[in-house]
Structures are given as C-alpha cells and as structure tokens.
Design a binder for this molecule. Structure first.
Ligand code: NAI
Length: 291
C-alpha cells in the first residue's frame, strides 16, 4: 500500500486522497471478498461479465449453474479464466443449494461476502404459449426457477449462517414487474415475486446479520434469456430510443453489480434499482413523435 496520500491524475495533477481510498484503488474494490456467482452460461450472460469484473476487482468466488447448463454452456472456460471452482447446483433444489454453500465456504476458506442471482427461465416463453393460454405446470416452473430460487438461495445461506456481516446479495430483474410488457409473459409475474422476496428477506437478513439484498432492474440485453422473449429485437430498439442514455449493456450492468457488492453501498438494501439508461423515468420521448 502507498504510504503517501497522493495520486497522480493525468488531467488535474496531484490529488489528495485518504489512505483507505488509495488502498482500494491499488487492490481492487472487492479485494479479499468471497462470492458465489449464479447464472453464467456463455460470454453474453450478465453473470459472465460480472465474474470477469469481480476477478478484476480482486474477489475470489465459485461459479455455479444448473447441471444441464454445465453440459451445454462454456462455464468451465470462465472458471479457468477466473481461477474459480465450478459447482453444479439446480437453484430449485434445496439439497443442491445446501451443498453449494458448504462447498463454496470450503473452497474459498470462509464465509461468503457476495452472491449474484442471475437466473431466469420460462417454459411458457420457450414453448411460445401466450399469457392467455398458459400451461400451469410451466407457470409453476417459471416461478420456481426465476423467483422462488432466490428465496431458496437465501434460506440455504441463512440456515447455515454462510454469509458474513454486511454481505451483499443482488438478483437481476426487469421493469415488467411494475409495468405491462405483453411479450414478457409469465416472467413478469416471476420478476414481481423476485423483487418482493428481496424486500421480505432483506428485512430478516438485515436484522440478523446486516446482510443487504437488492434487485437490479436491467435494460433489455442481448443474451440467451433475453433473446427468448417474443419480439425482443423490436423491443430492444424501442428501449434504446426511449432511454436518454440508451440501453445499459451487460458490461455496464456488471460494473453496477460490483459497486453493490463493495463496501461503498453498505446502507443500500431492500431496493429495486433501475439500471436502464433512464427508461423507467420516461413518459413520452420526442424520438417517437410524428412516426
Ligand atoms: P442467460 O440465459 O445467460 O442467464 C440465465 C441463466 O439462468 C442461465 O445461465 C441458466 O443456465 C440459468 N438457469 C436457468 N435455470 C436454472 C436453474 N434451475 N438453476 C440454476 N440456474 C438456472 O441470460 P441473462 O440475460 O444473462 O439473464 C440473467 C438474469 O438477468 C435473468 O434473471 C434475467 O431474467 C435477467 N434480465 C435479463 C435481461 C435481458 O434482456 N437479457 C433484462 C433484465 C433482466
């Protein structure tokens, strides 16, 4: 660590900084932190981008995905790149999650500081069933995989006291939880439940252990899950035009998640945070008037 509280800034010259800030600049925002990252399937996955940034910022972590995704995806390659152990776990199975937290603590040498829940899947969307003709078995699977899995992850951690004080849990959501986006189908209901779980568990884990739980409501993003949604390309372009800053990319979403895992956002919990280039605050955009 530098002894002297100055950094050389190429534009403004020398800047005075406290020692702690200097240490963080040199060592990384997540230096010394241990995490579990769910949901990296391929290079487009938001979780993949988060893993690369977390590594860059000094974290150590395990990677996990459903056993079937481990067979078809390229997560092992990411594991090698990040020096991370890959542990299979179906996020709907309590036994898998219990084992995942146990193994992660053994591999990482202690309790966990951050968890990314980046999981979503709807059989109704996959099979192109409209919202007015849902298959209810599929509907329960959508809810189980995309929402209840967050509760299962948190309960597994809570029951074995696997998270450190001030640990941060982030789950990815979408604005269809608040407003109607017809093509998003039953995933909208799952996201509403996901955000509610973040608030409800955020209370219980906050008073138990100061653990914070938030959801990030991300712009449409070109990934495997995103492109499964009906009319995704049209919608992606619409959101791009509607948002003053344009759509947020997977990389910028990863940057945001890193700040939420860091100690700079310690008092933030039980929130749904829009990371969408301003889309959620727009009513009308001149970009569409007269078209
Ligand atoms: P992705 O398809 O790369 O990631 C989804 C992941 O969920 C995959 O890795 C998949 O294997 C995993 N998964 C599915 N079932 C599972 C199970 N039973 N157990 C464990 N893992 C399971 O797509 P993306 O876009 O990176 O999705 C990540 C999150 O971001 C999801 O929650 C998605 O709803 C959310 N999101 C995505 C947006 C987009 O436009 N792509 C926009 C807003 C939110």
């Amino acid at each position: 660590m530098l002894k002297c509280p100055v950094l050389l800034n190429s534009k403004t010259g020398f800047v005075l900084l406290p020692h702690t800030t200097i240490a963080i600049y040199i060592m990384g925002l997540l230096q010394g932190k241990k995490g579990i990252i769910f949901g990296a399937l391929n290079e487009q996955s938001i979780a993949w981008r988060v893993a690369l940034k977390a590594k860059e910022q000094g974290a150590t972590f395990t990677l996990t995905n459903a056993p079937v995704a481990l067979r078809f995806g390229s997560i092992q390659q990411l594991g090698e790149q990040c020096d991370a152990t890959v542990i299979p776990a179906d996020a709907t199975k309590e036994a898998d999650l219990k084992a995942l937290f146990e193994q992660s603590q053994t591999v990482l040498g202690g309790k966990i500081d951050f968890v990314l829940h980046s999981i979503g899947m709807s059989p109704n969307v996959r099979k192109k069933r409209p919202y007015t003709k849902l298959n209810y078995k599929f509907y329960s699977q959508t809810i189980d995989v995309s929402a209840m899995s967050l509760h299962k992850v948190l309960q597994a951690a809570y029951q074995q006291d696997a998270l450190n004080e001030w640990a941060s849990v982030v789950a990815l959501s979408y604005i269809a939880a608040q407003r109607t986006f017809p093509g998003y189908n039953d995933m909208a209901d799952a996201k509403a439940m996901l955000e509610s779980i973040a608030r409800s568990f955020g209370y219980h884990y906050g008073i138990k252990n100061k653990v914070r739980i938030n959801t990030v409501s991300q712009s449409p993003t070109l990934t495997t899950a995103g492109s499964g949604i009906k009319g995704f390309d049209d919608f992606f372009n619409y959101a791009e035009k509607m948002s003053p800053l344009g759509n947020a990319s997977a990389d910028s979403c990863a940057d945001f998640c890193i700040t939420l895992f860091s100690d700079f956002t310690r008092m933030l919990t039980m929130q749904n945070l829009y990371h969408d280039g301003g889309f959620s605050s727009m009513g009308m955009s001149p970009a569409f008037v007269g078209q």
